[in-house]
Design a protein around this ligand. Structure first.
Ligand code: BES
Ligand code: MN
Length: 444
Protein backbone atom coordinates (compact mmCIF):
# COMPACT_ATOMS: atom_id res chain seq x y z
CA UNK A 1 0.00 0.00 0.00
CA UNK A 2 1.48 3.28 -1.06
CA UNK A 3 0.87 6.87 -0.09
CA UNK A 4 -0.42 7.42 -3.62
CA UNK A 5 -3.18 4.87 -3.10
CA UNK A 6 -4.25 6.62 0.07
CA UNK A 7 -4.14 10.04 -1.58
CA UNK A 8 -6.16 8.83 -4.58
CA UNK A 9 -8.84 7.45 -2.32
CA UNK A 10 -8.80 10.62 -0.21
CA UNK A 11 -9.14 12.71 -3.35
CA UNK A 12 -12.16 10.72 -4.59
CA UNK A 13 -13.76 11.12 -1.16
CA UNK A 14 -13.23 14.90 -1.03
CA UNK A 15 -14.78 15.20 -4.53
CA UNK A 16 -18.10 14.05 -3.12
CA UNK A 17 -19.97 17.14 -1.93
CA UNK A 18 -21.60 15.55 1.10
CA UNK A 19 -22.82 18.80 2.66
CA UNK A 20 -25.51 17.54 5.01
CA UNK A 21 -27.24 20.86 5.60
CA UNK A 22 -27.90 21.32 1.88
CA UNK A 23 -30.99 19.30 0.94
CA UNK A 24 -30.20 19.81 -2.75
CA UNK A 25 -27.08 17.74 -2.35
CA UNK A 26 -28.69 14.69 -0.78
CA UNK A 27 -27.52 12.58 -3.74
CA UNK A 28 -23.96 13.43 -2.77
CA UNK A 29 -24.66 12.07 0.71
CA UNK A 30 -25.80 8.84 -0.94
CA UNK A 31 -22.66 8.83 -3.09
CA UNK A 32 -20.47 9.09 -0.02
CA UNK A 33 -22.32 6.15 1.49
CA UNK A 34 -21.76 3.86 -1.49
CA UNK A 35 -18.16 5.04 -1.80
CA UNK A 36 -17.43 4.01 1.79
CA UNK A 37 -19.53 0.89 1.60
CA UNK A 38 -17.63 -0.39 -1.46
CA UNK A 39 -14.31 0.13 0.24
CA UNK A 40 -15.40 -1.60 3.44
CA UNK A 41 -16.86 -4.55 1.51
CA UNK A 42 -13.55 -4.99 -0.31
CA UNK A 43 -11.80 -5.09 3.05
CA UNK A 44 -14.06 -7.95 4.07
CA UNK A 45 -16.44 -6.03 6.34
CA UNK A 46 -20.08 -6.92 6.75
CA UNK A 47 -21.78 -3.63 5.93
CA UNK A 48 -25.19 -2.49 7.11
CA UNK A 49 -26.62 0.82 5.96
CA UNK A 50 -29.35 2.11 8.24
CA UNK A 51 -31.75 4.53 6.63
CA UNK A 52 -34.50 6.89 7.68
CA UNK A 53 -36.64 9.13 5.55
CA UNK A 54 -34.91 12.38 4.59
CA UNK A 55 -31.98 11.61 6.90
CA UNK A 56 -28.43 10.75 5.92
CA UNK A 57 -27.83 7.00 6.38
CA UNK A 58 -25.66 5.55 9.13
CA UNK A 59 -23.05 3.03 8.02
CA UNK A 60 -22.27 0.16 10.36
CA UNK A 61 -19.50 -2.15 9.26
CA UNK A 62 -18.32 -5.14 11.22
CA UNK A 63 -15.22 -7.27 10.90
CA UNK A 64 -14.92 -10.16 13.30
CA UNK A 65 -11.35 -11.25 13.75
CA UNK A 66 -11.92 -13.58 16.66
CA UNK A 67 -15.09 -13.91 18.70
CA UNK A 68 -13.03 -13.89 21.89
CA UNK A 69 -11.08 -10.77 20.98
CA UNK A 70 -12.07 -7.27 22.05
CA UNK A 71 -14.18 -5.12 19.76
CA UNK A 72 -13.17 -1.61 18.85
CA UNK A 73 -15.77 0.85 17.57
CA UNK A 74 -14.45 3.55 15.25
CA UNK A 75 -16.66 6.58 14.73
CA UNK A 76 -16.36 9.16 11.98
CA UNK A 77 -18.67 11.46 10.03
CA UNK A 78 -18.71 11.56 6.24
CA UNK A 79 -20.74 14.76 5.98
CA UNK A 80 -19.09 18.17 5.77
CA UNK A 81 -19.91 21.83 6.37
CA UNK A 82 -20.88 24.11 3.46
CA UNK A 83 -17.94 25.50 1.48
CA UNK A 84 -19.01 29.15 1.51
CA UNK A 85 -17.58 31.76 1.04
CA UNK A 86 -16.09 30.14 -2.07
CA UNK A 87 -14.19 33.26 -3.17
CA UNK A 88 -12.02 32.99 -0.05
CA UNK A 89 -10.65 29.59 -1.04
CA UNK A 90 -7.20 29.52 -2.60
CA UNK A 91 -7.88 26.10 -4.13
CA UNK A 92 -11.20 24.58 -5.29
CA UNK A 93 -13.00 23.36 -2.13
CA UNK A 94 -13.86 19.90 -3.46
CA UNK A 95 -10.55 19.21 -5.12
CA UNK A 96 -8.00 17.63 -2.83
CA UNK A 97 -4.89 19.77 -3.27
CA UNK A 98 -1.41 19.25 -1.83
CA UNK A 99 0.37 22.51 -1.15
CA UNK A 100 3.13 23.52 1.28
CA UNK A 101 3.02 20.21 3.09
CA UNK A 102 -0.75 20.31 3.65
CA UNK A 103 -3.83 18.73 2.16
CA UNK A 104 -6.51 21.30 1.29
CA UNK A 105 -10.22 20.81 0.67
CA UNK A 106 -13.62 20.89 2.38
CA UNK A 107 -13.74 18.09 4.93
CA UNK A 108 -10.06 17.10 4.73
CA UNK A 109 -9.75 17.67 8.47
CA UNK A 110 -13.37 17.52 9.60
CA UNK A 111 -13.78 14.60 9.22
CA UNK A 112 -13.00 12.85 5.92
CA UNK A 113 -9.24 12.81 6.45
CA UNK A 114 -9.66 11.07 9.77
CA UNK A 115 -11.97 8.48 8.21
CA UNK A 116 -9.38 7.82 5.50
CA UNK A 117 -6.67 7.42 8.14
CA UNK A 118 -8.74 4.86 10.02
CA UNK A 119 -9.73 2.91 6.91
CA UNK A 120 -6.15 2.63 5.71
CA UNK A 121 -4.79 1.79 9.15
CA UNK A 122 -7.24 -1.12 9.31
CA UNK A 123 -6.52 -2.10 5.69
CA UNK A 124 -2.82 -2.38 6.45
CA UNK A 125 -3.42 -4.44 9.59
CA UNK A 126 -5.65 -6.82 7.65
CA UNK A 127 -3.13 -7.17 4.84
CA UNK A 128 -0.24 -7.75 7.20
CA UNK A 129 -2.33 -10.04 9.39
CA UNK A 130 -1.66 -7.88 12.44
CA UNK A 131 -5.23 -7.15 13.42
CA UNK A 132 -5.81 -8.21 17.03
CA UNK A 133 -9.30 -6.86 17.62
CA UNK A 134 -12.72 -6.95 16.06
CA UNK A 135 -13.66 -3.70 14.37
CA UNK A 136 -16.96 -1.88 13.98
CA UNK A 137 -17.04 1.28 11.89
CA UNK A 138 -19.83 3.70 12.74
CA UNK A 139 -19.95 6.33 10.01
CA UNK A 140 -22.46 9.13 10.39
CA UNK A 141 -23.75 11.56 7.77
CA UNK A 142 -25.45 14.26 9.81
CA UNK A 143 -22.94 15.28 12.44
CA UNK A 144 -22.63 18.75 10.98
CA UNK A 145 -26.38 19.25 11.27
CA UNK A 146 -26.70 18.18 14.87
CA UNK A 147 -26.92 14.36 14.66
CA UNK A 148 -30.69 14.48 14.92
CA UNK A 149 -31.22 10.77 14.13
CA UNK A 150 -28.03 9.38 15.61
CA UNK A 151 -29.54 8.27 18.89
CA UNK A 152 -32.33 6.34 17.16
CA UNK A 153 -29.89 4.81 14.69
CA UNK A 154 -27.51 3.54 17.33
CA UNK A 155 -30.38 2.21 19.41
CA UNK A 156 -31.48 0.20 16.37
CA UNK A 157 -27.96 -1.18 16.09
CA UNK A 158 -27.91 -2.47 19.65
CA UNK A 159 -27.04 -6.05 18.62
CA UNK A 160 -23.83 -4.81 17.03
CA UNK A 161 -22.92 -1.93 19.31
CA UNK A 162 -23.47 -3.63 22.63
CA UNK A 163 -20.50 -5.85 21.76
CA UNK A 164 -18.17 -2.89 21.41
CA UNK A 165 -15.61 -2.56 24.25
CA UNK A 166 -14.30 0.91 23.42
CA UNK A 167 -15.26 3.69 21.03
CA UNK A 168 -12.64 5.75 19.22
CA UNK A 169 -13.77 9.10 17.86
CA UNK A 170 -11.06 10.74 15.79
CA UNK A 171 -12.77 14.03 15.10
CA UNK A 172 -10.58 16.50 17.00
CA UNK A 173 -7.06 17.83 16.64
CA UNK A 174 -3.59 18.16 18.14
CA UNK A 175 -2.40 20.79 20.59
CA UNK A 176 0.33 21.71 18.16
CA UNK A 177 2.49 19.82 15.69
CA UNK A 178 3.59 16.51 17.23
CA UNK A 179 1.67 17.23 20.44
CA UNK A 180 -1.14 14.66 20.56
CA UNK A 181 -4.25 15.23 22.63
CA UNK A 182 -6.98 13.14 24.18
CA UNK A 183 -10.18 15.02 24.99
CA UNK A 184 -12.25 14.25 28.06
CA UNK A 185 -14.86 16.95 27.52
CA UNK A 186 -16.82 18.66 24.78
CA UNK A 187 -19.47 21.33 24.92
CA UNK A 188 -23.04 20.55 23.98
CA UNK A 189 -24.92 22.75 21.57
CA UNK A 190 -28.42 24.00 20.94
CA UNK A 191 -29.14 25.69 17.62
CA UNK A 192 -32.02 28.10 16.89
CA UNK A 193 -33.55 30.16 14.15
CA UNK A 194 -35.56 33.19 15.22
CA UNK A 195 -37.82 34.99 12.74
CA UNK A 196 -39.49 38.33 13.40
CA UNK A 197 -42.17 39.62 11.04
CA UNK A 198 -43.76 43.06 11.24
CA UNK A 199 -46.16 43.00 8.29
CA UNK A 200 -46.91 41.85 4.77
CA UNK A 201 -44.48 43.95 2.71
CA UNK A 202 -41.32 46.05 2.84
CA UNK A 203 -41.77 49.75 3.61
CA UNK A 204 -40.16 53.12 2.80
CA UNK A 205 -38.07 54.01 5.84
CA UNK A 206 -38.80 57.72 5.43
CA UNK A 207 -42.52 57.24 5.32
CA UNK A 208 -42.67 54.70 8.13
CA UNK A 209 -39.49 55.17 10.21
CA UNK A 210 -40.64 55.62 13.88
CA UNK A 211 -44.10 54.39 13.00
CA UNK A 212 -43.30 50.66 12.79
CA UNK A 213 -40.88 48.26 14.43
CA UNK A 214 -37.88 47.52 12.25
CA UNK A 215 -37.36 43.73 12.46
CA UNK A 216 -33.58 44.04 12.12
CA UNK A 217 -33.48 46.50 15.01
CA UNK A 218 -35.74 44.21 17.00
CA UNK A 219 -33.47 41.21 16.43
CA UNK A 220 -30.36 43.25 17.17
CA UNK A 221 -31.93 44.35 20.45
CA UNK A 222 -32.74 40.75 21.32
CA UNK A 223 -29.22 39.58 20.48
CA UNK A 224 -27.82 42.36 22.66
CA UNK A 225 -30.01 41.28 25.54
CA UNK A 226 -28.96 37.63 25.37
CA UNK A 227 -25.26 38.24 25.92
CA UNK A 228 -23.27 41.06 27.46
CA UNK A 229 -20.37 41.36 25.04
CA UNK A 230 -18.17 43.08 27.66
CA UNK A 231 -18.31 40.37 30.32
CA UNK A 232 -19.09 37.52 27.92
CA UNK A 233 -21.91 36.44 30.21
CA UNK A 234 -25.27 35.21 29.01
CA UNK A 235 -28.10 37.23 30.58
CA UNK A 236 -30.90 34.68 30.43
CA UNK A 237 -32.16 34.02 33.97
CA UNK A 238 -31.13 30.60 35.37
CA UNK A 239 -28.97 29.92 32.33
CA UNK A 240 -25.89 29.06 34.44
CA UNK A 241 -27.79 27.35 37.22
CA UNK A 242 -26.78 23.76 36.37
CA UNK A 243 -23.23 24.40 35.16
CA UNK A 244 -20.85 22.00 36.92
CA UNK A 245 -18.39 23.84 39.08
CA UNK A 246 -14.89 23.16 37.88
CA UNK A 247 -12.58 21.65 40.51
CA UNK A 248 -9.21 23.10 41.48
CA UNK A 249 -7.50 19.91 40.32
CA UNK A 250 -9.06 20.05 36.90
CA UNK A 251 -8.18 23.70 36.54
CA UNK A 252 -4.60 22.93 37.44
CA UNK A 253 -4.45 20.28 34.73
CA UNK A 254 -6.09 22.56 32.20
CA UNK A 255 -3.54 25.30 32.92
CA UNK A 256 -1.07 23.07 31.06
CA UNK A 257 -3.13 23.55 27.92
CA UNK A 258 -3.21 27.36 28.17
CA UNK A 259 -2.21 29.25 25.09
CA UNK A 260 -0.84 32.77 25.11
CA UNK A 261 -2.90 35.55 23.59
CA UNK A 262 -0.23 36.07 20.96
CA UNK A 263 -0.32 32.43 19.96
CA UNK A 264 -4.09 32.28 19.79
CA UNK A 265 -4.36 35.55 17.90
CA UNK A 266 -2.00 34.21 15.28
CA UNK A 267 -3.73 30.85 15.12
CA UNK A 268 -7.17 32.39 14.58
CA UNK A 269 -5.89 35.36 12.54
CA UNK A 270 -7.84 37.85 14.66
CA UNK A 271 -6.97 41.36 15.83
CA UNK A 272 -8.06 40.89 19.41
CA UNK A 273 -9.39 38.37 21.88
CA UNK A 274 -12.06 38.42 24.56
CA UNK A 275 -12.20 36.35 27.72
CA UNK A 276 -14.39 35.44 30.66
CA UNK A 277 -13.36 36.17 34.26
CA UNK A 278 -9.68 36.25 33.27
CA UNK A 279 -9.61 32.65 32.08
CA UNK A 280 -7.87 33.44 28.78
CA UNK A 281 -7.81 30.54 26.33
CA UNK A 282 -9.90 28.40 28.68
CA UNK A 283 -12.84 30.77 28.15
CA UNK A 284 -14.09 28.83 25.13
CA UNK A 285 -13.85 25.45 26.85
CA UNK A 286 -15.12 25.78 30.39
CA UNK A 287 -17.93 28.29 29.94
CA UNK A 288 -21.09 28.18 27.86
CA UNK A 289 -21.21 30.61 24.95
CA UNK A 290 -23.69 32.31 22.66
CA UNK A 291 -23.05 33.11 19.00
CA UNK A 292 -25.05 34.32 16.03
CA UNK A 293 -24.17 32.62 12.77
CA UNK A 294 -26.10 34.62 10.23
CA UNK A 295 -28.72 37.32 9.84
CA UNK A 296 -31.00 37.26 6.84
CA UNK A 297 -32.91 40.41 6.06
CA UNK A 298 -33.16 43.59 4.08
CA UNK A 299 -30.86 45.17 1.54
CA UNK A 300 -27.38 43.65 1.38
CA UNK A 301 -26.26 44.63 -2.12
CA UNK A 302 -23.86 47.44 -3.06
CA UNK A 303 -25.07 50.98 -2.57
CA UNK A 304 -28.02 52.35 -0.63
CA UNK A 305 -31.63 51.39 -0.31
CA UNK A 306 -33.86 52.93 2.32
CA UNK A 307 -36.13 50.11 3.25
CA UNK A 308 -37.69 48.70 6.37
CA UNK A 309 -37.83 45.00 5.64
CA UNK A 310 -40.98 43.15 6.55
CA UNK A 311 -39.07 40.42 8.32
CA UNK A 312 -35.69 39.36 9.64
CA UNK A 313 -34.23 36.06 10.67
CA UNK A 314 -31.24 35.20 12.81
CA UNK A 315 -29.48 31.86 13.31
CA UNK A 316 -27.77 31.42 16.67
CA UNK A 317 -26.58 28.75 19.04
CA UNK A 318 -25.52 28.23 22.62
CA UNK A 319 -22.64 25.95 23.57
CA UNK A 320 -23.40 24.11 26.77
CA UNK A 321 -21.33 22.85 29.70
CA UNK A 322 -22.03 19.87 31.93
CA UNK A 323 -24.67 19.60 33.55
CA UNK A 324 -26.76 21.96 31.48
CA UNK A 325 -29.72 20.13 30.01
CA UNK A 326 -30.52 21.09 26.40
CA UNK A 327 -34.27 20.63 26.92
CA UNK A 328 -34.27 22.93 29.92
CA UNK A 329 -32.11 25.48 28.10
CA UNK A 330 -34.52 25.39 25.18
CA UNK A 331 -37.34 26.37 27.50
CA UNK A 332 -35.34 29.15 29.16
CA UNK A 333 -34.46 30.60 25.75
CA UNK A 334 -38.03 30.39 24.54
CA UNK A 335 -39.34 32.18 27.65
CA UNK A 336 -36.64 34.83 27.39
CA UNK A 337 -37.36 35.54 23.74
CA UNK A 338 -41.08 35.68 24.38
CA UNK A 339 -40.68 38.05 27.31
CA UNK A 340 -38.27 40.39 25.56
CA UNK A 341 -39.79 40.78 22.11
CA UNK A 342 -42.35 43.54 21.55
CA UNK A 343 -45.81 42.00 21.94
CA UNK A 344 -46.96 43.40 18.59
CA UNK A 345 -44.55 41.59 16.26
CA UNK A 346 -45.09 38.11 14.89
CA UNK A 347 -42.28 35.76 15.67
CA UNK A 348 -41.23 32.16 15.51
CA UNK A 349 -38.42 30.45 17.35
CA UNK A 350 -37.35 27.10 15.92
CA UNK A 351 -34.86 24.79 17.55
CA UNK A 352 -32.97 23.01 14.76
CA UNK A 353 -30.95 20.63 16.91
CA UNK A 354 -29.69 20.09 20.42
CA UNK A 355 -27.13 17.87 22.02
CA UNK A 356 -25.85 17.44 25.52
CA UNK A 357 -22.35 18.24 26.75
CA UNK A 358 -19.85 15.36 27.01
CA UNK A 359 -17.56 14.62 29.89
CA UNK A 360 -15.74 11.39 30.57
CA UNK A 361 -13.33 9.58 32.80
CA UNK A 362 -9.92 9.02 31.29
CA UNK A 363 -8.68 6.74 34.05
CA UNK A 364 -8.81 3.46 32.19
CA UNK A 365 -6.49 1.03 30.47
CA UNK A 366 -7.68 1.93 26.99
CA UNK A 367 -6.78 5.57 27.43
CA UNK A 368 -3.44 4.66 29.01
CA UNK A 369 -2.45 2.37 26.15
CA UNK A 370 -3.63 4.85 23.55
CA UNK A 371 -1.69 7.65 25.23
CA UNK A 372 1.45 5.57 25.30
CA UNK A 373 1.21 4.73 21.58
CA UNK A 374 0.61 8.40 20.77
CA UNK A 375 3.66 9.34 22.79
CA UNK A 376 5.80 6.74 20.99
CA UNK A 377 4.78 7.95 17.55
CA UNK A 378 4.81 11.70 18.11
CA UNK A 379 7.58 11.89 20.71
CA UNK A 380 5.60 13.99 23.18
CA UNK A 381 3.47 13.28 26.20
CA UNK A 382 -0.28 13.38 25.48
CA UNK A 383 -2.13 16.54 26.51
CA UNK A 384 -5.46 15.86 28.23
CA UNK A 385 -7.82 18.60 27.24
CA UNK A 386 -11.37 19.81 26.83
CA UNK A 387 -12.70 21.28 23.63
CA UNK A 388 -15.29 23.94 23.04
CA UNK A 389 -16.53 22.08 19.95
CA UNK A 390 -19.35 19.55 19.95
CA UNK A 391 -19.68 15.96 18.73
CA UNK A 392 -23.14 14.73 19.70
CA UNK A 393 -22.12 11.09 19.10
CA UNK A 394 -19.67 11.15 22.02
CA UNK A 395 -22.31 11.79 24.66
CA UNK A 396 -24.88 9.53 22.99
CA UNK A 397 -22.57 6.51 22.69
CA UNK A 398 -21.32 6.95 26.24
CA UNK A 399 -24.82 7.25 27.69
CA UNK A 400 -26.27 4.31 25.74
CA UNK A 401 -23.37 1.86 25.81
CA UNK A 402 -21.37 2.94 28.87
CA UNK A 403 -18.00 2.07 27.41
CA UNK A 404 -14.82 4.15 27.33
CA UNK A 405 -14.87 6.88 24.71
CA UNK A 406 -11.52 7.96 23.32
CA UNK A 407 -11.54 11.29 21.56
CA UNK A 408 -8.46 12.19 19.63
CA UNK A 409 -7.33 13.37 16.20
CA UNK A 410 -4.40 14.63 14.19
CA UNK A 411 -5.18 18.01 12.65
CA UNK A 412 -3.46 21.22 13.75
CA UNK A 413 -4.95 24.32 15.37
CA UNK A 414 -4.85 26.22 12.06
CA UNK A 415 -6.80 23.49 10.22
CA UNK A 416 -9.54 26.04 9.32
CA UNK A 417 -12.39 23.61 9.93
CA UNK A 418 -15.78 25.07 8.91
CA UNK A 419 -13.92 27.89 7.13
CA UNK A 420 -12.27 28.44 3.74
CA UNK A 421 -8.94 26.67 3.12
CA UNK A 422 -9.58 23.78 5.47
CA UNK A 423 -6.40 21.75 5.70
CA UNK A 424 -4.63 18.75 7.21
CA UNK A 425 -0.86 18.72 7.70
CA UNK A 426 0.54 15.88 5.56
CA UNK A 427 3.17 14.78 8.02
CA UNK A 428 0.64 14.61 10.88
CA UNK A 429 -1.76 12.80 8.56
CA UNK A 430 0.63 9.95 7.80
CA UNK A 431 2.00 9.79 11.33
CA UNK A 432 -1.61 9.57 12.48
CA UNK A 433 -2.18 6.54 10.24
CA UNK A 434 0.86 4.92 11.84
CA UNK A 435 -0.43 5.70 15.32
CA UNK A 436 -3.86 4.23 14.54
CA UNK A 437 -2.28 1.06 13.15
CA UNK A 438 -0.42 0.65 16.40
CA UNK A 439 -3.43 1.42 18.57
CA UNK A 440 -5.71 -1.01 16.77
CA UNK A 441 -3.13 -3.78 16.89
CA UNK A 442 -2.67 -3.55 20.65
CA UNK A 443 -3.65 -6.78 22.33
CA UNK A 444 -6.22 -5.36 24.72
N1 BES B 1 -14.99 18.00 14.64
C1 BES B 1 -15.94 18.96 15.08
C2 BES B 1 -15.93 19.18 16.57
C3 BES B 1 -14.65 19.74 17.11
C4 BES B 1 -14.17 20.93 16.64
C5 BES B 1 -13.97 19.08 18.08
C6 BES B 1 -12.97 21.44 17.12
C7 BES B 1 -12.79 19.56 18.56
C8 BES B 1 -12.28 20.74 18.08
C9 BES B 1 -17.33 18.54 14.67
O1 BES B 1 -17.38 18.01 13.37
C10 BES B 1 -18.21 19.76 14.63
O2 BES B 1 -17.84 20.71 14.04
N2 BES B 1 -19.36 19.67 15.25
C11 BES B 1 -20.34 20.70 15.18
C12 BES B 1 -21.61 20.14 15.73
C13 BES B 1 -22.84 20.97 15.53
C14 BES B 1 -23.07 21.36 14.11
C15 BES B 1 -24.02 20.26 16.07
C16 BES B 1 -19.90 21.91 15.97
O3 BES B 1 -19.21 21.77 17.00
O4 BES B 1 -20.20 23.02 15.55
MN1 MN C 1 -17.32 19.96 12.05
Amino acid sequence: MTKTQIINFFSDFVKIQSVSTDKKRFLEIKKAVSFLKDFLLKLGFLVKVLEKEKAPPLILATLVFDKKAKTIGIYGHYDVQPEDPVSEWQTPPFLLTQKDGKFYGRGVADNKGHIVQNLFAIKKLIEEKKLKNNIVFILEGEEETGSIHFEDYVKEAKDILSKVDVFYLTDTGMHQKNAPQIFYGLRGIIYFELTVKIGERDLHSGVYGNRVYNPINVLADMIGKIKDIKTGKIQIPQFYEKVRKISKDELLLLKKTLKSDEEEKKEAAVFSLTEIDGFGSLSSKIFPSFDCHGIISGFTQEGQKTVIPKEAKVKFSFRLIEHQNPNEIEKLVFDFVKKNLPKEVKWELRCLSKSAPFYTDVNNLWVKKTASVLKDIFGNEVVFNRSGGSIPAAEILQRLYKKPIILTGFTLPDDNIHAPNENFDEEMFFKGVEALEKIYSVNF
